[in-house]
Design a protein around this ligand. Structure first.
Ligand code: NAP
Length: 292
């Protein structure tokens, strides 16, 4: 039986620490850290994510600036909103909730590029992604950061070294949001990284070679127990809704739990950590503005 790494608890501990840092920032900067959250349209899932981020942010003492653009808004209005926020000195971070609506001819990449890289607390601006590629300082995207913190928590709970240099890490999924940046974060820690995707051959074998296996596929219960090496650390990024309305990950939890040394649950694993990392990036951004 593996250790179940509780992302909800880890995220709560991180948020408690962020609350203290926010209070300290408020004293030293004369204001609390501030995050602008842009939601375009009325996609129910996006609304739920924005509500969760707003609630968690406020609980950490972060000022949330709501920017809701209606369903009939367009790219020009969105870029205008972003530009205004870029110029507000009291704003430390801008989150653009994705995906953008299919209507209104939105260009997601152009919108992300319009965010000032210094405000890009979601870590999706090409400059920040380029800095990651270089191994230089910059905002890292939130889900991959959350995954790394969960791996560290797994190592801590297993009582093994946090030095993962030379370990074989396999990431399933190569999206710009999760898989690719995560691959570079693992490389930064000197893992030997294999990226799998829909064209990968012998994916089961690739997975079986992993000391650390991360699934970011978007296919319910894709990874089976027989794909996992005994004692591997397994992180499940997937959020999938079954026909019965149940939320499941990309890992066949019951099967994999019997083989892995540590595993994250869905829900309650990567999801809460993604939000915690967004808030952490926002607090970091505000802290940088404090003149010593
Ligand atoms: P995405 O953009 O759809 O990317 C999915 C990746 O999986 C692609 O690289 C795709 O390969 C690969 N893939 C799809 N089917 C495959 C198959 N049969 N075999 C091997 N690889 C396959 O998704 P994403 O944005 O990265 O998200 C992945 C999952 O994580 C989703 O369930 C999403 O909801 C979840 N997610 C969770 C959080 C969180 O906070 N917990 C955050 C973001 C995403 P190709 O590139 O070849 O098409």
């Amino acid at each position: 039986m593996s250790k179940i790494i509780d992302g909800k608890l880890l995220a709560a501990n991180i948020r408690a620490n962020l609350k203290e840092r926010s209070l300290d920032i408020a004293k030293r900067l004369g204001r609390a850290p501030a995050l602008a959250v842009i939601l375009v349209g009325s996609n129910p899932a996006s609304q739920v994510y924005v509500q969760a981020k707003t609630k968690a942010g406020r609980e950490c003492g972060i000022t949330i600036i709501d920017k809701h653009l209606s369903d009939d808004s367009n790219q020009t209005q969105l870029i205008q909103t972003i530009s205004e926020l870029n110029n507000r000195k009291e704003v430390d971070g801008i989150l653009l909730q994705l995906p953008l609506p299919k209507t209104g001819a939105f260009d997601e990449f152009e919108a992300i590029k319009a965010i000032s890289p210094q405000m890009d607390v979601d870590g999706l601006h090409p400059l920040n992604q380029g800095l990651l590629l270089r191994g230089a300082e910059g905002f890292r995207s939130c889900t991959p950061l959350g995954v790394m913190r969960l791996i560290d928590e797994a190592l801590r709970q297993l009582g093994v070294s946090s030095n993962i240099a030379g370990k074989k890490a396999v990431v399933i999924g190569r999206s710009i949001l999760v898989g690719k940046p995560l691959g570079f974060l693992l490389l930064e820690r000197n893992c030997t990284v294999t990226m799998c995707h829909s064209r990968t051959q012998n994916i089961e074998e690739e997975c079986r070679s992993a000391d650390i296996l991360v699934a970011a596929v978007g296919v319910p219960e894709f990874v089976k127990g027989s794909w996992v090496k005994q004692g591997a650390i397994v992180i499940d990024v997937g959020i999938n809704r079954t026909e019965a309305g149940k939320i499941v990950g990309d890992i066949q939890f019951n099967e994999v739990e019997a083989v892995a040394s540590a595993i994250t649950p869905v829900p309650g694993g990567v999801g809460p950590m993604t939000i915690a990392m967004l808030l952490s990036n926002t607090v970091d951004s505000a802290e940088r503005k404090i003149v010593p």
